[in-house]
Ligand binder design. Structure first.
Ligand code: NDP
Length: 328
């Protein structure tokens, strides 16, 4: 059988949710895995399983040529069986009156067992993307239970990366396709650091033409708070753009990043750029031979280092919370 005809087994959790409602159709159209057929495994909690079956009916009705099969289940072992790529979208939303620590621990109860189910059932070289929030720490918990190699479990900061490119393209009066070498550091939260220091326009450095006050007072807060802005204007959270960025992330992981460019990916730190080992932080990454590599050798000034410390400190405190709850 030719490689093009071998289906890629793709698990999506939270398959009845808003993000999945866009994500599944983009994957089925070939946007993530090119011309490879897709064997879908849609995993939901028992209460949402029937709704996921409805989504599967629509997916089937769309008659996508690349859809090989669709399995809907609420059993994690069945959901992750043979998975080559996993999108972990389902997560517990923050309940009324809940603290962030409740959210971290509530999600730990989901992501720990999912890590174990991935270890038991998925392909040994599975590639995992955590979208459900708090994504970085959910990924750290999952990673601790899945026993996979460094870099096989990632969390999504690609939406922050894409939001940054969109803001910069507007500011510079250009298109996102001409901009490269953008980096989002740290946590997918309000402490994230969208960093333009290495930004290039048509391959030429362009950071010098952006006023520092615009970067600090407009750009960084706008990117970090864009999710809230969407909720205010649209009336519900960003779902299609989150799905689109998840597709971009997996596409680049399987197909490589363009020569000379990089993207933002949260993965287990190896200590690069002073971010303590073990934290799941966003770095500038290149996809080489199907593996993420953290771009090395970037020079950081004191201002950049300070912002990176702030977001890394938040990640460390999130990890302390779940460690104290016995989830690692
Ligand atoms: P969405 O599909 O809108 O969001 C799912 C997760 O993605 C949330 O944690 C959300 O975080 C996160 N997210 C990340 N980036 C974004 C972004 N830019 N915009 C919005 N969300 C983002 O949630 P729904 O409630 O519609 O659907 C969730 C589904 O997950 C439900 O069907 C539920 O049954 C299921 N679920 C499945 C589980 C499983 O398979 N084991 C476990 C738990 C839930 P935030 O909350 O911060 O917006």
């Amino acid at each position: 059988m030719s490689t093009a005809a071998t289906p890629v087994t793709v698990t999506v959790t939270g398959a009845a949710g808003q993000i999945a409602y866009s994500l599944l159709f983009r994957i089925a159209a070939g946007d993530a895995f090119g011309d490879r057929p897709v064997a879908f495994r849609l995993l939901e909690i028992p209460d949402a399983r029937r709704a996921a079956e409805g989504v599967a009916m629509e997916l089937s009705d769309s008659a996508f040529p690349l859809v090989d099969s669709i399995t809907v289940t609420d059993d994690p072992d069945e959901g992750f069986a043979g998975a080559d790529a996993v999108f972990l979208v389902g997560a517990k939303p923050r309940g009324k009156g809940e603290e962030r620590s409740d959210l971290l621990i509530g999600n730990g109860k989901i992501f720990g067992p999912q890590g174990q189910a991935i270890a038991r059932n998925a392909s040994p070289d599975v590639r995992v993307l955590v979208v459900g929030n708090p994504a970085n720490t959910n990924a750290a918990i999952l990673d601790a239970h899945a026993g996979l190699a460094a870099g096989q479990v990632t969390a999504m900061t690609r939406l922050d990366h894409n939001r940054a490119l969109a803001q910069l393209a507007e500011k510079l009066g250009t298109s996102t396709t001409r901009l490269t070498n953008m980096t989002v550091w740290g946590n997918h939260s309000s402490t994230q650091f969208p960093d333009v220091a290495e930004l290039r326009l048509d391959g030429e450095p362009v950071a010098g033409s952006l006023e520092q006050t615009w970067v600090d007072e407009d750009f960084i807060p706008r990117v970090a708070q864009r999710g809230g802005e969407i909720i205010e204007v649209r009336g519900s959270s960003s779902a299609a753009s989150a799905a689109s960025s998840a597709v971009d992330h997996m596409h680049d992981w399987f197909n490589g990043t363009p020569q000379g460019d990089w993207v933002s990916v949260a993965l287990r730190s190896d200590g690069s750029y002073g971010i303590p080992e073990g934290l799941f932080a966003s770095f500038p990454c290149r996809s080489v031979d199907g593996r993420w590599e953290i771009v090395q050798g970037l020079e950081l000034d004191e201002r950049q280092q300070e912002r990176i410390r702030t977001t890394a400190d938040e990640l460390a405190s999130e990890l302390d919370t779940v460690r104290e709850a016995g989830m690692l």
